[in-house]
Design a protein. Structure first.
Length: 426
């Protein structure tokens, strides 16, 4: 098959799938498929609520002609004419931090109905090594009746989307590619190389590509856990952690990680995928899980530190009025998936405080549906404590003094506020 004859289907139009579909649609005929009819309707109207794609860019690629452009649909029969299927569905964990492969399995079942000889299925969803060939391929074979690496082929090219980042966009991040045969690997690599200006790296096998993805975020998780532990130590020594990090960063090979809440759909999840596979083969990962446990504990730690400050300032804790600035998992991004800001909120509520959450980036409906919290539309006054949990640009302009009650405390999780306005930083 010639690369120019590819008709691409991108399955899952979230933070990962939509930007990818839009870029491919500039050169190829692309079907963007999602089972969420509301999401499909929104995108067809020319708006992306995740803010990863601008309205202008989206409207520009929505079905232009027969040779290129984007058709967005929730009708699975539209998949029948496609010959390259790219799966970008989420891979979360459950309440016990066990990987949930259900979206991946369902997507594979759907593709199987329309799989034809010569087709290629490429997975981008984060998984542990072996999922593509051990979990997904058997489904593709069973439902389609076709034979792997004889009738159809697979690839794996891990997503590297950084939500909210307008500098490191999909085409500007080097892409790891792989294929189930050497020839398929070259085809998959050439396909991505046609849109990724930063270049590609062809891994020798699918499992190598899967493993590369899952360790990227595990590495970041461990490094941030180390710095979070340092913050706890320096807090007991009455030393400013951020000042220490600033001094240490003068050495050329020091890694400039900062303490904070580590959530989201990647760093807060991927280590559990690797840990799961390690345990399946009889190895208990010590460092990976230790880092995750420490980072998972930071929400409660922040709440406890705020409580201590309030007691020191003789503020009555019960029914104290508290303002939380931010509920998304990171700054300048509407993504609330697996946010660790919720841990701060729940710990404060456990102390019987009256907590208000303000976040101009988060959808009030999504926050209500996911966490049962009614966010406020505007900030009030006379708060006994203000917690800066997410470093949205809007928060840096706030006049915190006008919001504080007498003896009120301000705790800066992100370390980005003016020091003169802050009682303590993480």
């Amino acid at each position: 098959m010639n690369i120019k004859d590819y008709k691409i289907a991108v399955i899952g139009l979230g933070y990962v799938g939509l930007p990818l579909a839009v870029e491919f649609a500039k050169k190829y005929e692309v079907l963007g498929f999602d089972i969420n009819k509301g999401r499909v309707s929104e995108l067809n109207s020319g708006h992306d609520s995740t803010l990863e794609v601008s309205d202008e860019d989206l409207k520009e690629v929505i079905k232009q002609d027969t040779n290129k452009g984007l058709l967005i649909s929730s009708n699975e029969t539209d998949l029948k004419d496609c010959n390259v299927f790219i799966v970008t569905v989420p891979t979360p964990v459950d309440k016990n931090n066990r990987p949930i492969l259900t979206p991946l399995i369902k997507a594979s079942e759907t593709i199987s109905k329309y799989l034809k000889k010569g087709d290629i299925v490429i997975y981008e969803s984060t998984v542990y090594p072996g999922v593509t060939e051990d979990e997904c391929v058997p489904i593709l074979e069973q439902v389609s009746g076709l034979k792997y690496n004889k009738d159809f082929y697979c690839g794996y090219s891990p997503e590297r989307i950084n939500p909210g980042d307008k500098t490191h966009t999909v085409t500007k991040i080097k892409k790891v590619t792989s294929g189930s045969t050497p020839e398929t690997g070259r085809l998959v690599d050439a396909l991505y190389a046609s849109i990724i200006t930063a270049g590609t790296h062809l891994a020798p096998t699918i499992k190598v590509a899967e493993a590369a993805k899952v360790i990227e975020n595990a590495q970041r998780d461990i490094n941030i856990a180390f710095v979070n532990e340092l913050a706890k130590i320096f807090n007991k020594l009455d030393i400013d952690t951020h000042a220490v990090l600033e001094a240490a960063s003068t050495k050329w090979n020091f890694l400039p990680f900062k303490p904070g809440l580590v959530g989201g759909h990647c760093i807060g999840v991927d280590p559990y995928y690797l840990a799961q596979k390690a345990q399946e083969v009889g190895y208990h990962p010590e460092i990976i899980l230790a880092g995750r446990r420490l980072n998972d504990s930071m929400g409660e730690y922040v709440a406890t530190e705020v409580l201590k400050l309030m007691v020191q300032n003789e503020i009555a804790v019960k029914n104290a009025k508290v303002l939380m600035l931010g509920i998304t998992f990171k700054e300048n991004c509407p993504d609330i998936r697996n946010t660790k800001a919720i841990d701060v909120y729940e710990a404060l509520k456990a102390f019987h405080m009256d907590v208000e959450v303000y976040d101009p980036w988060a959808s009030p409906n999504e926050v209500k549906e996911e966490y049962g919290i009614n966010t406020i539309e505007s900030i009030g006054k006379e708060y006994d404590a203000i917690i800066h949990t997410v470093a949205h640009n809007e928060f840096l302009e706030l006049d915190l003094k006008s919001l504080k009650a007498d003896n009120a405390v301000v705790y800066d999780v992100k370390g980005s506020l003016n020091n003169q306005e802050v009682n303590k930083r993480l």
